[in-house]
Design a protein around this ligand. Structure first.
Ligand code: PGA
Length: 243
């Protein structure tokens, strides 16, 4: 596990974009696993800049996103489909048919989850998976649990996640309380993983996840067992590491 400590969010976004850009240059037809949330917004902004100003091309790249709210349509501006278009896909030369997220309105949740898992297999697996980390240690929407999940599934969001994300919705009761998420197994099968964390709200959980026991109660702790993980984190998120 490599830990890259950076001074601020701006540098974090540039370092993350460097790693993603390197993956795309190395294998132009790579499969990127993508994440949503506040953390990767700057990374996407930097990738858009490199696409528009420096010729970094996404024309052959394929993407699969970690998760999507269950019950939100793709044109709802709180959906992760909307987020991805707003922050990345609409601004770069990627083919929309090469971008994939679970369908929040899928009629049959189980069929949708199985199809998503098959899709990842058909694409040949994920070359580089981008992750944030929830304050409760979730990756994707894999919430603290009694066991690690393997494949894409439906999950009930915990109060910690609802508290963290309710700000994106008019009110808490407008926020879906269920989501589709890749499983821990789906994430761990990625060939490389890049986890981003910034700010002091992530300090405690980052320390627990990276140095504590590997346990499904801290889902991100399983990353300790992955052979190729890079963490890019700012000073605030790494504040408890020297103690
Ligand atoms: P955040 O979310 O980037 O908005 O902090 C991270 C996560 O919940 O995985």
């Amino acid at each position: 596990m490599r830990i890259i400590k950076v001074d601020n969010y701006n540098v974090l976004s540039k370092r993350a974009a460097d790693i993603i850009a390197a993956q795309v240059l190395l294998k132009p037809s790579c499969v990127l696993g993508l994440a949503t949330g506040a953390t990767p917004e700057g990374t996407y902004q930097e990738l858009v800049r490199r696409n528009q100003e420096e010729g970094l091309s996404f024309s052959e790249v394929k993407t699969v996103n970690l998760d999507e709210y269950k019950g939100l349509s793709r044109d709802s501006n709180q959906s992760y489909y909307y987020y991805m278009n707003q922050h990345l896909f609409s601004h770069v030369d990627i083919s929309k048919e090469n971008t994939h997220l679970p369908d929040g309105l899928a009629e049959n949740a189980q069929v949708e989850c199985e199809a998503y898992e098959q899709l990842m297999n058909r694409l040949g697996g994920i070359d580089l998976q981008l992750l944030g980390i929830g304050r409760n240690g979730h990756i994707g929407f894999n919430e603290p649990d009694e066991s690690f999940t393997n494949t894409t599934h439906t999950v009930a969001l915990t109060q910690s996640t609802i508290d963290a994300n309710a700000k994106y919705f008019e009110s808490e009761d407008k926020m879906p309380h269920f989501a589709f998420t890749m499983g821990i197994g789906s994430i761990m099968r990625a060939r490389k993983i890049l986890l981003l964390a910034n700010g002091d709200t992530k300090a405690q959980i980052l320390k627990e996840a990276l140095t504590g026991p590997v346990t499904p109660k801290v889902p991100a702790s399983i990353l300790q067992l992955h052979p190729d993980v890079t963490i890019v984190a700012d000073i605030q998120a790494l504040a408890l590491f020297d103690k």
